[in-house]
Ligand binder design. Structure first.
Ligand SMILES: O=C(O)CCC(=O)C(=O)O
Ligand SMILES: [Mn+2]
Length: 220
């Protein structure tokens, strides 16, 4: 199970072990073209947008979603919604290539049978960041989070269950997948401001796909 796996590769001095969290280096690379092509269809139907936090702050990360639900934020709060508030339409369905990858990654990390019902898609331009936070708007914390990095590299911050806990820094590059669940499911995490750069496929852009189970089985 998850406790046998470590988040951070043991041969890298800056990367330490956290129970319940794993980095699967480069796992998404072999499907990169299929993933990017599926992403293009999603963003044609549900374009990236900068959402606003309940406190009125415009997020530097642009977001969209696919799947049965989408994570949204506005002045009313953070929540999952079956419809894209910009179009009033359901979010684009989750492509099979996405759900299969998420299930395979979770399985490899020791969380068999993961079936995400939502994928939050984050787009970072240089300078964009995500402050330390917990993923806690889901009803089901027994399912892990599967987080796929594409394009420009970024420093991932991974702490503990309290905001004040020690924070590990992990460099994530194109194709890396981080999975966290079990004792790490509610760990604080974030992304440091993305540095300028040019990725061969994505240019000056980092994309992150965050797969989650937003709703409990009974109400899906
Ligand atoms: O971009 C990432 O790697 C992390 C994204 C994240 O934590 C989130 O969307 O909640
Ligand atoms: Mn998160």
């Amino acid at each position: 199970m998850y406790s046998q796996l470590s988040l951070f590769e043991p041969d890298r001095a800056d990367e330490l072990c956290v129970a319940g969290a794993v980095v699967l280096r480069g796992l998404a690379r072999s499907n990169e073209f299929a993933i990017l092509s599926a992403l293009q269809s999603i963003t044609q139907a549900a374009p990236f947008r900068h959402m606003v936090t309940p406190g009125g702050y415009r997020m530097s990360v642009a977001m969209t979603n696919c799947g049965s639900f989408g994570w949204v934020t506005d002045h009313k709060g953070y929540r999952y919604d079956a419809k894209d508030p910009d179009s009033g339409q359901p979010w684009p369905p989750m492509p099979k290539i996405f759900s299969s990858l998420a299930t395979a990654a979770a399985d490899k990390a020791g969380f068999p049978g993961f079936k995400p019902d939502t994928c939050l898609i984050n787009l970072y331009k240089p300078g964009a960041k995500l402050s330390l936070h917990q993923d806690k708007d889901e009803l089901d914390f027994s399912a892990p989070i599967v987080s796929v990095s594409l394009g420009l590299q970024a420093t991932f911050l991974f702490g503990g269950l309290r905001r004040s806990d020690f924070v590990h820094k992990v460099l994530l590059t194109h194709g890396d997948i981080v999975v966290w669940g079990g004792p790490a499911r509610l760990a604080y995490h974030g992304i440091m401001p993305v540095k300028n750069g040019e990725h061969p496929l994505l240019g000056a852009t980092r994309i992150n796909l965050t797969f989650r189970k937003a709703k409990g089985e009974t109400i899906v």
